[in-house]
Design a protein around this ligand. Structure first.
Ligand SMILES: Nc1ncnc2c1ncn2[C@@H]1O[C@H](COP(=O)(O)OP(=O)(O)OP(=O)(O)O)[C@@H](O)[C@H]1O
Ligand SMILES: [Mg+2]
Length: 311
């Protein structure tokens, strides 16, 4: 039994009063995240990565599909939900936007667990600061008196204050300097090793994903086109879209540099996705069948799933 199990998740955004339009932001994705595992979502902007994360945490209501936490269906209205939701936290890209500027660090990190007025609030605060490598003298400061990296650590401490077992990290520290970002990734790895937290790790940066993830799912227009162990995806990807994405990553070793595959054309609108395989208009290997019949996501080898007629 996985820590998190997502089954056939869909999120359609509808708008327009008379001529209803429907964006199929997430269109039937399924996956599991194990305890202590990092499962990454990659894909171009707008493919639905954040929507998957937000649906799992019920920040938005999914259109269809189920989410299980340790085997418990948490998609419907479930009495246990309040207790369980604390076990699932999100770390936001923009820590600044989520920290109340009028609260001191002490209150910011003890507020989620509501222990700040209790005697053990001090103990808890000290413990959390140590957990994210900040010195206790910062407890009296306001967010604007901290550096970007420190604010990020406070955001992580807030999430950690509820002893989460699953964390969605959406573009973690992507707005910070590379060196600060690297520290944040180290911190996330350390916390994961210590507490066996499962991560859903959303990122544009394939180099970061390679470093962090155990498994990777590649998304295109609301669907998974390839899922597999990180090493497999980076060394033997089987979907032309994955291959094109990877070819844009700089390889430090020039002799091993892959031929760069340029994706032709714009990303099609999710309002009106192409027939057949959604990737076919941009695919360098598309054949007649691709515009007519959608390929199912199928296992081509152990734990490696691909949706391509020719994989
Ligand atoms: N609240 C909303 N109302 C209408 N459409 C939305 C809403 N939120 C997201 N969408 C649409 O759903 C699709 C997926 O968006 P999402 O934010 O999940 O993509 P993403 O992969 O996280 O992109 P990025 O890499 O830019 O963060 C996009 O077409 C987006 O415009
Ligand atoms: Mg996003």
């Amino acid at each position: 039994m996985g820590l998190i199990e997502v089954k056939n998740l869909r999120k359609y955004f509808t708008s327009g009063l008379f001529r209803k339009s429907c964006v199929k932001a997430v269109d039937g994705v399924s996956f599991e995240v194990e305890e202590g595992e990092t499962f990454a979502l990659v894909g171009e902007s707008g493919c639905g990565k954040s929507t998957v994360g937000r649906c799992i945490l019920r920040l938005i209501e999914p259109t269809a599909g189920e989410v299980y936490f340790r085997g418990i269906n948490i998609s419907g209205s479930n009495g246990n939900l309040r207790g369980l939701r604390k076990k699932m936290q999100m770390i936001f890209q923009d820590a600044d936007g989520t920290l109340n500027p009028r609260m001191r660090v002490f209150d910011l990190i003890t507020e989620p667990s509501r222990v700040h007025r209790l005697v053990n609030g001090r103990e808890k605060a000290a413990e959390l600061m140590e957990m994210v490598n900040l010195t206790p003298d910062l407890l009296g400061r306001y967010p604007h008196e901290l550096s970007g990296g420190q604010r990020h650590r406070i955001g992580i401490a807030r999430a950690m204050s509820l002893n989460p077992e699953f964390i969605v990290a959406d573009e973690l520290a992507a707005s910070l300097d590379l060196s600060v970002q690297a520290q944040m990734l180290d911190l996330m790895k350390r916390l994961q090793a210590e507490f066996a937290i499962g991560y859903l790790f959303i990122s544009h940066n394939l180099n970061v994903v390679k470093l962090m993830a155990d498994r990777v799912a590649v998304m295109y227009l609301g669907k998974f086109v390839e899922v597999g162990d990180t090493r497999r995806i980076f060394s033997a990807s089987a979907h032309p879209y994955t291959q094109a994405l990877l070819s844009t990553v700089l390889n430090p070793n020039p002799s091993a540099r892959r031929k760069r595959i340029v994706l032709e054309g714009e990303i099609p609108s999710p309002l009106n996705p192409p027939s057949g395989c959604r990737f076919h208009p941009r695919c360098p290997e598309a054949k007649a069948i691709c515009s007519e019949i959608e390929a199912d996501l199928r296992e081509i080898e152990d734990r490696h799933l691909v949706s391509c007629h020719f994989a």
